[in-house]
Design a protein around this ligand. Structure first.
Ligand code: DX5
Ligand code: ZN
Length: 223
């Protein structure tokens, strides 16, 4: 499977979200990551369904919506209507994880499940066949521009090893937080196949080149 590169619009200019989404599309990204924060689960506030709907109209990118919110169940339908293609909920913020993942899938979008850095890997196998993507956070969620936490690589390796048993039905393994060319290399070597990157891609002189160099990692590492 090809490595997917997914820029996070959190590092974009919020005064020009539509233009930023088009810029990401023209730069050759595989999808667009949209961070939704509620000021409770994480100490920050960002975007809601209305902004997602505007972004959806502005581009043809697959919209990967990362919900850092409590009670995500209540917001699934509004985000699906807004044009989300995947909704990722947090294990730590969700009362009934299985029911919420099931509902997301019944809405005909992909279901992702995110884990904070300190959450133990031992709980991962329970959800392997219940989601389309595992998001292993490589920073504490809430802000862009933080430093990558290398201790999460063990969890990525664990997920990768486990996913071999599931072959083609295995969920994607996404990493998010502090991803640049160096840290991406370590993540891909550990088994990640979807890389979210905010500040590194948005600050790059040429986003297209930065995306291409991340994409090339898979071949470089001979996967
Ligand atoms: C952090 C968000 C990330 C963030 C990543 O809570 O989930 O998606 O945008 O930004 P960088 O790549 O700058 O760490
Ligand atoms: Zn995110």
């Amino acid at each position: 499977m090809q490595l997917q590169i997914v820029p996070s619009i959190l590092s974009g200019d919020f005064g020009h979200l539509a233009d930023e989404a088009k810029r990401v599309e023209e730069a050759g990204a595989d999808a667009l990551h949209i961070d939704v924060m509620d000021g409770h689960f994480v100490p920050n506030l960002t975007l809601g369904p209305k902004a997602v709907s505007s972004i959806s109209r502005a581009c043809n990118l697959f919209l990967d919506v990362h919900l850092m919110i409590y009670n995500p169940y209540d917001y699934i339908e509004p985000f699906v209507k807004a044009g989300a293609d995947r909704l990722t909920i947090h294990l730590e913020a969700t009362e009934d994880v299985e029911a919420t993942l099931g509902f997301i899938r019944r809405c005909n979008v992909q279901a992702g499940l995110a884990f904070c850095p300190e959450t133990s890997e031992s709980i991962l196998p329970k959800y392997f066949d219940k989601c389309d993507l595992l998001l292993l956070m490589t920073v504490n969620p809430g802000f862009g521009g933080q430093e990558f936490m290398p201790e999460v690589l063990k969890k990525v390796e664990f997920a990768h090893e486990f996913s071999k048993k599931y072959s083609k039905n295995a969920p994607l393994i996404q990493v998010d937080g502090g991803i640049n060319l160096q840290t991406a290399k370590a993540c891909v070597a550990a088994g990640a196949n979807v890389l979210v990157s905010g500040s590194y891609l948005f600050k790059a002189k040429e986003m297209r080149e930065a995306i291409a160099s991340l994409k090339a990692l898979r071949e470089e590492l001979d996967f």
